[in-house]
Design a binder for this molecule. Structure first.
Ligand code: MEV
Length: 425
């Protein structure tokens, strides 16, 4: 690609044309492909374009639903946006399974988020502490104008503390603020307040050098637990053997990080799909979840299993910072539709839904892994994807499904099968 000047000032069409002009001739059809995905409603398209910069098209993902999620006695049909086959099928299957065994129980264990003003000072902590005490009411006053709305909604700044970090880094301190953000994810609100505190320090604390002011995406006090439980005997045939293997799988995820990462990836297959469908920030949720998985100094699987009194209790505790108002949740038409499908939940209700879907996903994955293996289910979907890529007709799809019902699916095998069928016609 050539270097380009002033690209951000080009019109959208010119950006698209420029990108395509850089492609080899045989790839020129990319222009039509990228142009094809522009939304037909110019107003909607403009909104999408405003979410990001240098947009030249829209990238489409499947929008699915997993029905029959019984959570705290309420039945949900959960929207899931994910491109990986089998995930939604697995969630739906687990949701169905648990809906006849009491469903998911979920509870929010905390809703506190935090942010820090990071600064350096050569002054000792004792000096800073006194200065901090003498200025705290002025700091509170300075931020009050930005906090009044959130306070009126039942949230707001909960705590402001000075933290000594010098044992970890020379001259390093923080002003740490704790927030309740009600139904908002709250990133803008938190960052605005933090920057106000940083400005206050810049003006009033000549002995401090502010480095940055930013929310933390690590939210271990914004925590949710989802669980399922039933008598072991009601888990179906071979329940004792199943439970033994299930327990071993959980134990492995707690001691072995090669497995723990994949185990947690499966959980986030479910969580992220809900987070994306509702217009929330999946990068924040993932980064936080993985840091939480390593909170004891070792990365571990996030789910827990207890088998007391012949009861199978499977649970997932996860930090989840989400919003159901503000940000993309109100702007993206499909995020809005997702919230409608979920009955317009509060942020804490959405935390419970996402955690339940993560747990369902994990249950489904381990269930498959310790019994049939996952390839059986995956390959069915994989076969359909390959057939679709090879533009198979309806009748070819049906014949391929029956032919591969007892054979291993691979791209080459499917292509050869189709070729032989097409030749013989
Ligand atoms: C695949 O996307 C997710 C799994 O690998 C999760 C797991 O192994 O637990 C099936």
């Amino acid at each position: 690609m050539d270097r380009v000047k002033g690209f951000s000032k080009f019109s959208k069409m010119d950006k698209l044309k420029w990108v395509c002009s850089q492609l080899p001739k045989e790839k020129a059809s990319a222009f039509y492909e990228l142009r094809h995905y522009w939304h037909e409603d110019a107003k909607v398209q403009q909104r999408f374009d405003e979410f990001s910069e240098n947009t030249i098209s829209n990238f489409t993902f499947p929008y699915s639903v997993a029905p029959n999620f019984l959570i705290n006695g309420k039945n949900y049909c959960v929207p899931m946006v994910i491109e990986e086959s089998s995930v939604v099928a697995a969630a739906s299957k687990a949701a169905n399974f648990w809906s006849t065994r009491g469903g998911f129980k979920a509870q929010v264990l905390g809703e506190i988020k935090s942010g820090q003003v990071h600064f350096f000072s050569e002054k000792p902590f004792s000096f800073l502490k006194e200065e901090f005490s003498s200025k705290i009411s002025e700091i509170k006053k300075a931020i009050s104008v930005f906090d009044s709305n959130m306070i009126a909604r039942g949230g707001g700044v909960q705590e402001i503390a000075l933290i000594d970090k010098t044992s970890e880094l020379e001259n390093y301190f923080q002003i740490d603020l704790k927030f309740k953000t009600c139904n908002a994810m709250g990133a803008n609100y938190i960052n605005t307040i933090l920057e106000e505190v940083a400005n206050f320090l810049r003006v009033h604390w000549p002995f401090a050098q502010v480095n940055m002011a930013i929310l933390s995406n690590y939210t271990p006090d914004c925590l949710v637990e989802a669980s399922v439980s039933c008598p072991i005997d009601s888990l179906g045939e071979n329940a004792q053997e199943f439970v033994l293997n299930f327990k071993r799988a959980i134990d492995i995820s707690h001691v072995d990080k090669t497995r723990a990462v994949t185990h947690n990836k499966g959980i986030f297959n479910g969580v992220d799909a809900v987070i994306l469908a509702t217009g929330n920030d999946f990068r924040a949720v993932e980064a936080c979840g993985h840091a939480y998985a390593a909170r004891e100094g070792k990365y571990k699987g996030l789910s827990q299993l207890s088998l007391e009194n012949n009861h199978f209790r499977f649970s997932l505790t996860l930090p989840l910072s989400v919003g159901t108002v503000g940000g993309l949740t109100n702007l993206h038409p499909l995020a809005k539709a997702s919230l409608d499908v979920l009955g317009n939940p509060s942020a804490s209700e959405l935390m419970m839904i996402a955690a339940s879907v993560g747990l369902a996903q994990n249950f489904a994955a381990i269930n498959s892994l310790v019994t049939t293996g996952i390839q059986k289910g995956h390959m069915k979907m994989h076969l359909l994807n390959i057939l679709s890529g090879l533009e198979a007709s309806r009748s070819e799809i049906e014949q391929a499904k029956s032919y591969f019902s007892d054979k291993t699916v691979s791209y080459t095998a499917v292509r050869n099968f189709l070729a032989s069928m097409r030749i013989s016609q």
